[in-house]
Write a protein that binds this ligand. Structure first.
Ligand code: SF4
Ligand code: SF4
Length: 294
């Protein structure tokens, strides 16, 4: 007997890049993920995902309507994108009821109330990201903030990244299937799984020796550390240097570009190619702690 774990994936204010990244999952492949048991005896039943599901219209939306009628805890809810709350939340809608559009905020709140847990997939869902960037005309909020605004106390795991590595999502789901929901110790202060976000990019960067020697690239393509070219590796938590992207082919710094800090809550306020001037060297790991103390 194979146990089925239902998963509902709700897209909010986002670019669909997080979904595209998930489709690139290499081990397991997306086909394996959808069809086969992820771990022995447990299969993910992806009930709703507008980008890849075959159904459309009322048949597709009926899955959401049915889900909110179920007993609490019957499915895991994954959301990519921030939640628009401005202009009566009407900047992002999905389907209609009685001829009126249903906002994504309404869908999210209804589904979150009944979910076993909520996964915030990507930096927009986790920290606001691009949709919530200044001046934020649609008043987008994070999933955490939206849950708080509606008084919903539900386990929430942030899986940030722009986009997140497919392993970060698949690994988090597999861990839930194997071990249950993560404990507080398994997550960092920003609710990210420490397994994937526990170390600074800078700690494992192959250009670190250049940094320690003070050998900095002055233009792209030069040998040396990319710190002067705006690398946010010293203040960014993720395992990109050891995991690599595109089935292990390479990663951002391996391809000669600075890390942009996409897994950080501060992502949208970090100028892409400008040096972070106030990192206290060499104690770079204490950067965010010193910011909190200010
Ligand atoms: S600053 Fe960036 S390129 Fe330089 S060692 Fe740190 S992570 Fe690597
Ligand atoms: S290297 Fe930096 S910008 Fe690139 S994916 Fe990793 S955390 Fe994001």
């Amino acid at each position: 007997m194979v146990k089925e774990i239902p998963l509902v994936w709700l897209p909010a204010a986002a670019c669909t890049g997080c979904s595209v990244s998930l489709l690139n999952t290499a081990s397991p492949t997306i086909k394996n993920l959808m069809v086969d048991p992820v771990i022995p005896g447990v299969h993910i039943n992806l009930r709703f995902h507008p980008t890849i599901m075959a159904a459309s219209g009322d048949v597709a939306l009926g899955v959401l309507e049915d889900a909110v009628q179920e007993p609490e805890g019957g499915y895991v809810l994954a959301v990519d994108g921030a939640i628009p709350t401005g202009a009566t939340a009407g900047y992002c809608n999905m389907g209609e009821r009685d001829g009126q559009p249903v906002t994504i905020e309404t869908r999210f709140i209804e589904l979150a109330r009944k979910a076993l847990a909520v996964l915030a997939v990507g930096t927009c869902a986790s920290f606001g990201g691009v949709p919530a960037g200044e001046p934020n005309p649609s008043n987008c909020v994070t999933l955490k903030r939206s849950l708080e605004q509606h008084g919903i106390d539900k386990p929430l795991i942030n899986i940030p990244g722009c986009p997140p590595h497919p392993d970060w999502f698949v690994g988090t789901v597999a861990s839930i299937l194997l071990n249950g929901l993560p404990s507080a110790d398994d997550l960092d202060a920003d609710l990210r799984p420490k397994t994937f976000y526990g170390k600074l990019i800078h700690e494992n960067c192959p250009r670190r020796a250049f940094f320690d020697e003070g050998k900095f690239a002055k233009k792209f393509g030069e040998e040396g550390c990319l710190y002067e070219l705006g690398c946010k590796g010293p203040i960014t938590y993720a395992d990109c240097p050891t995991r690599h992207w595109n089935s292990g082919t390479s990663w951002v710094i391996g391809a000669g570009s600075p890390c942009l800090g996409c897994t950080q809550p501060e992502f949208m306020s970090l100028p892409y190619y400008e040096k972070v001037t106030d990192v206290q060297l060499p104690v770079v790991g204490a950067y965010w702690q010193s910011k909190e103390a200010e």
